[in-house]
Design a binder for this molecule. Structure first.
Ligand code: ADP
Length: 708
């Protein structure tokens, strides 16, 4: 009824009902009371699954009813597509919903068609730099997971986005998990705060006391005895949960190898499930790119166990998520990326509070925020009365109680790192939003970091330092009376979204001839690549070290003595370059994964990063006028994106033709779209991995393209 009063159409109320929403929950009512529909910025700090998304949705629909465009920002692509899926239901009301997470330098003007746009932080940051005309219609930006402002890597992006919006007076609604200082976030955004611990399902936190042995739930003063038969809590407790109590369990461990090994071990103790029940999931996995996923994971699923980490392909991850949601899987072992990403609650959650820190060479304790994020996944709304979380490896009960009774760490801005400052100072100058150091400082004064630093002289020295570096890199020019201007190089750098230092590394190492392996190695040495590249085991690196030195001697890759990097980094970069080199030479995923001992998910994330970097470098070369390198990098980027040799680039432009089918066609003498158009359908259908359905689809596309 409250919604009708605010002018929401009856159709929307009905739509909510079909989604099981009949009345607002306490968090949502509080948000309405505190001005959700009267304007003004708002910060909602509440636990996972407390219905924050609906608060945002109500505001977006209200904004749409009042002819405003809305934007919803998430930290991850996977979350963006999840939210896009949810908001899609609004199309029944005539709301046009779009999603944009793709290439950073893709033009943004076409998004003007949409009323609600779901995007990642990075994509929206790049849109703000392009300043498309529709920005003036934006009435509301929702920033999901705004506590990410604390993240050393992504946080500064959140801060700068918010600073720009604050300065332009665009309404911001920040959604946050529980944090230590929600008041500070609200103050930063000049927002009203809704701060609550309300959860739809009660959370009971406990820990394993190995001496008893038992699971202790201090708040309830309850101890549940558990038999540590195998002397391994990560095995015994999940089995106890499932076999004795019938409770679906999610186990968080900070190590991929262990996540896989435990899953295999747990499955040995569980009976086979009926083939009918598992069949749909197994057949989905048949499309997974590696045999570990097709075979090992399928065998686990047959016994109701799964694992989940960033090294998996997206097919495998989504199969595991679906199978757990459908309650077929009884136990899923996962790394914490699962807790940060998709919504996958469980009746019981086990949490490991230790993780190995490579830089310190020993195990360290995770933060309270990280713990709360994982523990908060316990309890499935609509199914469970309560959710329970259990700390499995606390060193003592007092350590466990620190997590259980503690509050999450405060959010602290991270903009003042050198990397963040050079990136964001350049973007402000290149977009024309700031044309002097004072103006840069003026905009940055709206960031959380600056608010928290209280504008000390030290901070302005850092900004000056970034400006000076950008001048040295020829990206910014200053003229008299303190005015700053971006050069062409500076503007294209900002548009490509690369770190200015990546460009300078490229320019320092640029070879005489554009050879692919060399260029790949350079791309892998940039800070933009290194921050997300996978770890390669020492024994694999050692095997290739001599090869690397030999190649460097012959000038096939940059020399380790020439680079400003250290030797280890140079060698790591070489390993990553070799992986990508295999990839663009059509080595199979199975082979790559076993040769370098990485997961398929690692390969795909390297592919995405490297194709973006080489594409960006190609654009830089276009602007600088070196057409030979522009062409080489552009081709390389497309090859990385598709994992193919150059001769397959034409064929893979068709849908359903990827690296494998393209090669089959070429081996059968079909080398171009023209050749394909001249080949009888029956012949195409008879090729391995084709068949009539695919042949017809190809035929249709060729007709559309005018080849037939
Ligand atoms: P959060 O964003 O806080 O993590 P979600 O918005 O994802 O939480 O909400 C969790 C679940 O609760 C969703 O499935 C959502 O549809 C449901 N939900 C939210 N609000 C209500 C409500 N008022 N009544 C019934 N279900 C609700």
């Amino acid at each position: 009824d409250a919604l009708l009063e605010y002018g929401f159409p009856q159709g929307y109320i009905e739509l909510l009902k079909t989604r099981g929403i009949r009345r607002l929950n306490p968090v949502q009512s509080e948000a309405v009371e505190k001005g959700l529909f009267t304007g003004g910025n708002l910060v909602v700090s509440a636990p996972t699954a407390s219905g924050k998304t609906l608060i945002a949705e109500l505001a977006l629909v209200y904004n749409w009813l009042n002819h405003g465009k809305g934007v919803y920002l998430t930290p991850l692509r996977a979350l963006a597509s999840e939210k896009y899926g949810e908001f899609k239901t609004l199309e029944a009301l005539g709301v046009r919903v779009g999603v944009s997470t793709g290439d950073y330098d893709e033009p943004a003007e076409y998004l003007s068609w949409y009323d609600i746009i779901v995007a990642t932080y990075e994509r929206f940051d790049s849109i703000l730099r392009q300043k498309p005309s529709w920005l003036r219609d934006v009435g509301l930006v929702v920033v999901d997971e705004i506590h990410m402002a604390s993240d050393p890597e992504r946080g500064p992006i959140v801060e700068v986005i918010a600073a720009r919006l604050l300065r332009q007076g665009i309404r911001i609604i920040g959604l946050s998990a529980t944090i230590g200082n929600p008041e500070a976030l609200a103050e930063w955004l000049n927002a009203v705060l809704v701060n609550t611990d309300w959860r739809p399902v009660r959370l009971v936190e406990g820990y394993l006391d190995k001496k008893k042995p038992g699971l202790v739930f201090p708040v309830e003063n309850r101890v549940e005895s558990v038999d540590l038969e195998n002397r391994d809590p990560f095995l015994d407790i999940p089995l106890h949960n499932v076999v004795e109590l019938g409770l679906q369990t999610l186990v968080f461990i900070h190590n991929r190898r262990k996540v896989e090994d435990y899953a295999v071990e747990a499955a040995r103790h569980l009976p086979m499930l009926p083939e009918d029940a598992v069949k749909p999931f197994i057949s989905e996995l048949e499309d997974a790119p590696t045999s570990i996923e097709r075979d090992v994971l399928s065998d686990l699923i047959r016994r109701g166990v799964g694992f989940h980490h960033a090294g998996l392909s997206s097919i495998a991850r989504s199969t595991v998520e679906k199978a757990f949601r459908s309650r077929l899987l009884k136990i899923v072992y996962a790394t914490p990326t699962l807790a940060a990403g998709v919504n996958l609650p469980a009746r019981r959650v086990l949490v490991s509070v230790k993780r190995y820190d490579a830089s310190r060479g020993r195990r360290v304790n995770i933060s309270i925020s990280e713990y709360k994020q994982m523990a908060g996944r316990a309890g499935r709304p609509g199914y469970d009365e309560i959710g329970e979380s259990v700390i499995t490896d606390a060193s003592s009960s007092s350590e466990a109680l620190k997590y259980i009774n503690g509050s999450p760490e405060p959010v602290v801005g991270k903009l003042l790192s050198e990397r963040s400052l050079r990136i964001h100072v350049l973007s402000l100058v290149a977009s024309g939003e700031a044309s002097s150091i004072d103006e840069v400082s003026g905009i940055l004064s709206f960031t959380l970091s600056m608010k928290q630093a209280k504008g000390s002289l030290f901070q302005s020295a850092k900004i000056m330092g970034a400006v000076k570096l950008l001048e040295e890199l020829s990206m910014i020019e200053s003229s008299g009376n303190n005015s700053l201007k971006a050069t062409r190089l500076g503007r294209v750098t900002s548009h490509t979204y690369l770190d200015p230092l990546s460009i300078s590394i490229y320019r320092e190492l640029k070879p005489v001839e554009p050879s692919n392996l060399y260029l790949l190695h350079v791309a892998c040495l940039t800070p933009d690549f290194k921050r997300s590249s996978p770890y390669i085991q020492d024994k694999i690196v050692e095997k290739l070290e001599d090869v690397a030195l030999e190649m460097a001697d012959q000038g096939m890759i940059p020399s380790p003595s020439k680079t400003s990097l250290d030797y280890e980094e140079w060698l790591d970069g070489f390993m990553h370059a070799m992986i990508l080199y295999d990839w663009i030479n059509e080595v199979s995923e199975d082979e790559i994964v076993s040769r370098y001992m990485i997961g398929p998910g690692d390969l795909y994330s390297m592919r995405d990063t490297a194709s973006w970097i080489t594409h960006a470098l190609a654009r830089v070369e276009a602007v600088l006028g070196d057409i030979r390198f522009h062409k080489a990098l552009d081709t390389l980027s497309r090859r990385i994106e598709e994992g193919v040799r150059e001769d397959a680039l034409e064929l893979i432009t068709l849908r359903l033709i990827g690296r494998v089918r393209a090669r089959i066609l070429i081996q059968h003498g079909i080398k171009s779209l023209r050749d394909l158009a001249e080949t009888p359908l029956s012949k195409i259908a008879s090729l391995p991995k084709f068949g009539p359905r695919i042949a017809e689809e190809i035929d249709r596309q060729l007709r559309d393209l005018g080849y037939k």
